[in-house]
Design a protein around this ligand. Structure first.
Ligand code: GLY
Length: 564
C-alpha cells in the first residue's frame, strides 16, 4: 500500500493528487546527523538548518515551534500551549509543561447557561475560551536551559517566514477558506486569512507582518516581549473590549513547570511520556501495562485477539482518565497507583478473552474532552538529544480570534476543562471533579509526546494531535514498533482503530482489520464498529536504528520530514 522512500516534493504531490483515491504516501527521509518530522515541511527544514548550523535538538525544536506558528497557524502557535519531553544525550529525561492556565477571573460554572447546560459557543468560540498562553514561555525556557544558540538565531527563520511570506500550498489555502465563516466574525482574523476578503489560492504568497512584529518583540526582549509590553497590552485590550478574562496579572505570572516525566517499561523498552496535567503518559502506560502479559507480536497485527485486547485496555484506561486525572497542582492524581503493573493486573482481571465488556459496567477504578487540531513534531540531533513536542490551540485555529495588531490566534483550551461534570467535551470525553475549572489551574490534556528507549539508546520519538484519540495513536505507533517490529514509515502509516470507553463504540480506519475479524469482534459483543475512513492522528515520528535516523511525516496529512 505504501511506496518506499520518496523524495518529499514527489511524496507531497502524490498525497495531494491521490488522497481522494484513498492512496496516501508518507514523506520519509533518512539521515545520520539529525532529523525533524512535523506537520509543515517548511518548519522541518528550519529545524534541520538549525542543526546544520551546529544547534542541538533543543535549539532546533524551539526554532521549529516558532516556525510552525507561522507556517501551520491552525495549531502551531504562540497563543496556545503544549508539552515537551526531552531526552538529553546523557540519558536524562525531562518533561516541560507549558500548558495554558485558566485566568484568575475564571470560575467553575463559567460556561453554564441559565439552565445549567454547557454553552459550547462560549467555551469554544469566545475570548473566555482562551487560557493564558504558555508556548512562548515554554520555548524560551527550554532554549535557555538546554539550548546552545541565541534567541535571535533560533527565531530568525520564523520571523523571516512571517515577514517575507511563503507560498501557500493547496492544503493550507483550502483550510483557511473552509474556516472563513468563523474568521469573518472577527475583522483581524479575516484580514489575515483572506486577501482583502477574497479567498487565498494555492501558490499565493502568505505574509504576516503583525505576527512578524510580535515575534521580533520576543526575539529582542525574551518573555517580556510577549507577557509584558505591546503584545500583552494588545491581548488585554482585546479581552476587555469583548468580554475575555485574561489580565496583565495572568500574563506576567504565567509559569512553566518542569515535571517528573512518566516512566514505564514495556517488553524491555523504557517508555517516557508526559505526566499530568496531561493524561497522555498515564493512560498510555496503563494500556501498555494491561497488554504486556499478552504476546501481541505473536497474536499479530490486526488480529481479532489483538484488537479485542487493545479495545478492552483502552476502555478501562479511558474510564480511569475521566475520574482521576486533572492538574496535579490542584487535585491529588493517583499517578503511581494508576501506572503500576499491579494495578494493571487488577484492572484487567475482569477482561473476558472471548467477549466484549459493556462500558456501562466499567467504572473508574475505585478509589473528561479535547479537539483534534493539535500538532506534534519530533527532533533528533547527531549527539543523541531527542525532543518530542506536542502543541495546540485546542480547536483548529483555536477560538478563531486573532489579537488585533498582534497577528496571532488565541487558543480555546478552556474547553478542555470539564465545564460540567458528566457532560462530554468537544471530543466526547467525560470529566469530573479532578478537571473542574478553577482560577490558575491547567486543563487536562491528552497530549502524549513520547520517547521510547531501548538498551540506553533512543529508539522512537513520537506523538500526535487528535484530542481524545491522541493517546490511542501513540499507542498504535509504539505497539507497531515494539510488538510488530515495523520501521517508522509503516508504523505510522498503518491504519488505527480506537475506543475511548464512552461512547461504547469501536471506530476504525479502513483496513485496520479484515472483514472476518470485524465479524468476529461483533460476535464477541463489540458495539458500533464504524469505518471512519483514514485520519486518526498525525504522528510525525522518528526511529533510530543502527545509526540511521529515519523520520516520517504522517501520510494522513501534508507534512514533511527533513534529515541530513
Ligand atoms: N486540546 C487537546 C489536548 O490538550 O489534548
Amino acid at each position: 500500500m505504501f511506496k518506499p522512500i520518496l523524495t518529499r516534493s514527489i511524496a507531497v504531490l502524490l498525497v495531494v493528487l491521490l488522497s481522494g483515491s484513498g492512496q496516501l504516501f508518507a514523506n520519509t527521509v533518512t539521515g545520520e546527523n539529525g532529523a525533524v518530522a512535523s506537520r509543515s515541511a517548511l518548519a522541518s527544514d528550519v529545524g534541520v538548518e538549525i542543526l546544520k548550523q551546529g544547534g542541538n535538538a533543543i535549539d532546533a525544536a524551539v526554532a521549529v515551534g516558532f516556525a510552525l506558528a507561522v507556517t501551520y497557524p491552525s495549531a502551531g502557535n504562540i497563543g496556545g500551549g503544549g508539552f515537551m519531553v526531552v531526552r538529553l544525550a546523557n540519558g536524562e529525561v525531562l518533561a516541560q509543561d507549558h500548558r495554558e492556565k485558566a485566568p484568575l477571573a475564571a470560575s467553575t460554572d463559567m460556561f453554564l447557561d441559565a439552565n445549567g447546560d454547557v454553552d459550547r459557543e462560549l467555551s469554544l468560540f469566545s475570548l473566555q475560551a482562551s487560557g493564558v498562553p504558555g508556548s512562548v514561555a515554554g520555548m524560551l525556557d527550554a532554549l535557555e536551559k538546554y539550548g546552545t544558540m541565541t534567541r535571535q538565531e533560533v527565531m530568525a527563520p520564523a520571523i523571516r517566514l512571517a515577514e517575507e511570506g511563503f507560498a501557500l500550498n493547496a492544503d493550507l489555502a483550502g483550510d483557511f477558506n473552509d474556516t472563513m465563516p468563523y474568521f469573518q466574525r472577527h475583522e483581524a482574523s479575516q484580514a489575515i486569512f483572506s486577501k482583502n476578503g477574497s479567498p487565498y489560492q494555492a501558490g499565493d504568497l502568505f505574509v504576516q507582518k503583525d505576527l512578524a512584529e510580535s515575534l521580533k518583540r520576543v526575539s529582542e526582549q525574551g518573555r517580556d516581549g510577549f507577557y509584558k509590553g505591546p503584545t500583552a497590552d494588545m491581548i488585554v485590550a482585546e479581552m476587555q473590549r469583548n468580554g475575555g478574562l485574561i489580565s496583565h496579572e495572568d500574563l506576567e505570572s504565567y509559569d512553566v513547570v518542569w515535571r517528573t516525566p512518566m516512566r514505564g517499561d514495556y517488553r524491555g523498552h523504557e517508555i517516557w511520556s508526559m505526566p499530568p496535567p496531561s493524561s497522555g503518559g498515564v493512560v498510555l502506560l496503563q494500556i501498555l501495562n494491561m497488554l504486556e502479559p499478552h504476546d501481541i507480536g505473536v497474536l499479530g497485527w490486526g488480529s481479532t485477539r489483538t484488537v479485542h485486547l487493545t479495545v478492552e485496555a483502552l476502555r478501562r484506561a479511558y474510564a480511569d482518565r475521566a475520574e482521576h486525572l486533572g492538574d496535579p497542582d490542584f487535585y491529588p492524581v493517583p499517578v503511581e497507583k494508576l501506572i503500576s503493573k499491579d494495578y494493571a493486573r487488577e484492572r484487567f482481571a475482569d477482561m473476558n478473552p472471548a467477549a466484549a465488556s459493556d462500558s456501562e459496567q466499567i467504572f473508574a477504578g475505585n478509589w473528561n474532552t479535547e479537539s483534534t487540531e493539535t500538532t506534534h513534531y519530533s527532533v533528533v540531533d547527531a549527539d543523541g538529544n531527542a525532543v518530542s513536542v506536542t502543541t495546540t490551540l485546542n480547536g483548529s485555529y483555536g477560538n478563531r480570534i486573532v489579537v488585533p495588531g498582534a497577528g496571532f490566534l488565541l487558543n480555546n483550551e478552556m474547553d478542555d476543562f470539564s465545564a460540567k461534570p458528566g457532560a462530554p467535551n468537544m471530543y466526547g470525553l467525560l470529566g469530573g471533579e479532578a478537571n473542574k475549572i478553577e482560577p490558575g489551574k491547567r486543563m487536562l490534556s491528552s497530549m502524549t509526546p513520547t520517547i521510547v528507549v531501548k538498551d540506553g539508546q533512543t529508539l522512537l520519538v513520537t506523538g500526535s494531535p487528535g484530542g481524545s484519540t491522541i493517546i490511542n495513536t501513540v499507542l498504535h505507533v509504539v505497539m507497531n514498533v515494539i510488538d510488530h517490529g515495523m520501521g517508522v514509515e509503516e508504523a505510522v502509516a498503518k491504519p488505527r482503530f480506537y475506543h475511548q470507553w464512552k461512547p461504547d463504540v469501536v471506530r476504525y480506519e479502513t483496513d485496520s482489520f479484515s472483514a472476518e475479524t470485524k465479524a468476529e469482534l461483533e460476535a464477541m459483543g463489540h458495539r458500533g464498529l464504524t469505518d471512519s475512513g483514514y485520519g486518526y492522528g498525525d504522528a510525525n515520528s522518528i526511529v533510530i536504528r543502527d545509526g540511521q535516523i529515519e523520520a516520517t511525516s504522517d501520510p494522513r496529512s501534508v507534512g514533511g520530514a527533513s534529515a541530513y
